[in-house]
Write a protein that binds this ligand. Sequence first.
Ligand code: FES
Ligand code: FES
Length: 161
Amino acid sequence: MLKLSINVNGVRREAEVEDRTLLVTALRNHFGLTGTHIGCDTAQCGACTVRLNGHAIKSCSILAAQANGGEIQTIESLASENEPLHPMQQAFNECFALQCGYCTPGMIMTAVDLVEERPGISRKEIAASIGGNLCRCTGYDSILDAIELGGKYLQQQREES
Ligand code: FES
Ligand code: FES
């Protein structure tokens, strides 16, 4: 067993987990953060994307032990229940960029990472960069619209602050 101690969404969280526990399992089963979804469990679909130490990763692709001592941001960090939506969530909402929503938390975490790391990124580059996130229902045009719009909203927010 491993004593896991990680900062999740700004809060220090600890748990005893088996050595073989995946990060996504620790987040969902030990910390109750079920906004991070499991689609394939084999690092293909991106539904489990979170940020580890500021970079988007597929949380089914690493052990919780590998994140020990690190800082994790999950979809729950973007907006609490009674808060306004995060600009990227707002953009997904406005562009109708979701249907069943299964891919959406991972898609949004990838999108936030992308536009924060590469402000002004082109639509073509966005399309190439979200290749690791699969959506089986919405269609990618509206997702690309949303990521472009979310990037603009975030830029405006930065300029106003
Ligand atoms: Fe992790 Fe699909 S559940 S990539
Ligand atoms: Fe259903 Fe993407 S909205 S999988």
